[in-house]
Design a protein around this ligand. Structure first.
Ligand code: GDP
Ligand code: MN
Ligand code: MN
Length: 283
């Protein structure tokens, strides 16, 4: 597999044609995987907002006070969310398109002062539109940098994709010793997004688009986000662990989230008010 950084992309404005800007700078080939940072997709879709666009509700004011955040920002997060899973020490939400992340993925970096940038409204639709506009049959993955349950540090994640299956299904295949794999579904879109993030960068690099060439990938199968409705409210972790939604997503991560304290040790917090603390030797 080879990787390429698409050079010289400008500061993206609302209405910019990302597919065109990319193809003007890079010769795509059939079967390429084009990874694009959600930031620039959102910019092209005009997802900029001013904090003054928001009038905070009482709930937003309460949450903002506890979090030490601007109530208008909190209102923006609430507006982009279907459900708040955790409200301290940060706002962990389910976005309207099903992605679980902090602050509904709203960014203030690489945006310019005073403004905030919402995630694309439906990143898989954004990916499909870009895919339709490029001249070659390529896969498109829209990435965002996210924290991960139980791990320190952030990584690139797929928030939308088109022309590639989010999951590769290994079930039914044999291991070295002939045992049939029963569970494994590999989150290939996330794996590719994480690799792309190594090249995309987080700061001033201005390299929001990356291409991978030479990787065989399934074109259909699985979904990026599971169906939360298959989990009853207040379900215990043991139960969540056993349950799978029809897409085969494990929901262990749904109600169990790490809380990063300042000293970077991890305390696990269960949404249904059960608490589990690692022993002091783990700190
Ligand atoms: P996110 O992970 O999608 O939230 O995006 P980041 O803020 O981490 O930025 C990812 C990459 O895109 C970095 O290399 C940024 O410098 C770059 N970037 C962000 N906005 C723009 C833009 O408008 N134009 C260009 N060329 N690069 C940008
Ligand atoms: Mn982001
Ligand atoms: Mn990033």
């Amino acid at each position: 597999m080879k990787s390429y950084i698409i050079p010289g992309l400008p500061i993206i404005k609302e209405g910019d044609d990302l597919a065109l800007l990319i193809e003007q700078r890079f010769k795509l080939q059939e079967g390429d995987i084009l990874c694009i940072a959600s930031t620039v997709v959102a910019k092209s879709e005009g997802r900029f907002r001013f904090l003054n666009d928001y009038t905070p509700s009482e709930r937003a004011k309460e949450l903002a006070l506890a979090l030490g955040k601007d109530a208008r920002f909190v209102q923006a997060v609430l507006d982009e969310s279907d459900e708040v899973l955790m409200h301290e020490p940060f706002l962990l939400v389910v976005t309207k398109f099903g992605h679980i992340c902090v602050n509904a993925g709203i960014d203030q970096s690489n945006v310019g002062f005073d403004r905030i940038l919402l995630l694309p409204e439906n990143p898989s639709l954004s990916a499909e539109k870009i895919r339709e506009r490029i001249s070659k049959d390529c896969a498109v993955i829209i990435t965002d940098t996210c924290g991960r349950p139980f791990r320190c540090g952030v990584a690139g994640t797929a928030v939308g994709c088109a022309g590639i299956a989010p999951l590769r299904d290994w079930r039914g295949e044999l291991d070295i010793f002939g045992r049939t794999l029963e569970i494994t579904q590999e989150a290939i879109a996330d794996e590719i997004a994480a690799a792309s993030n190594l090249l995309i960068g987080e700061g001033a690099d201005q390299t929001p688009a990356v291409v991978f060439r030479g990787l065989n990938f399934p074109k259909s199968g699985g979904c990026l986000f599971g169906d939360r409705r298959s989990i009853p409210p207040g379900a215990r972790v043991s139960e969540i662990h056993r349950r799978k939604d029809p897409s085969g997503c494990s929901w262990l991560g749904l109600k169990v989230f790490p809380v990063w304290s300042q000293c970077n040790c991890i305390q696990l917090q269960f949404k249904n008010q059960e608490h589990f603390r690692p022993s002091s030797s783990n700190r």
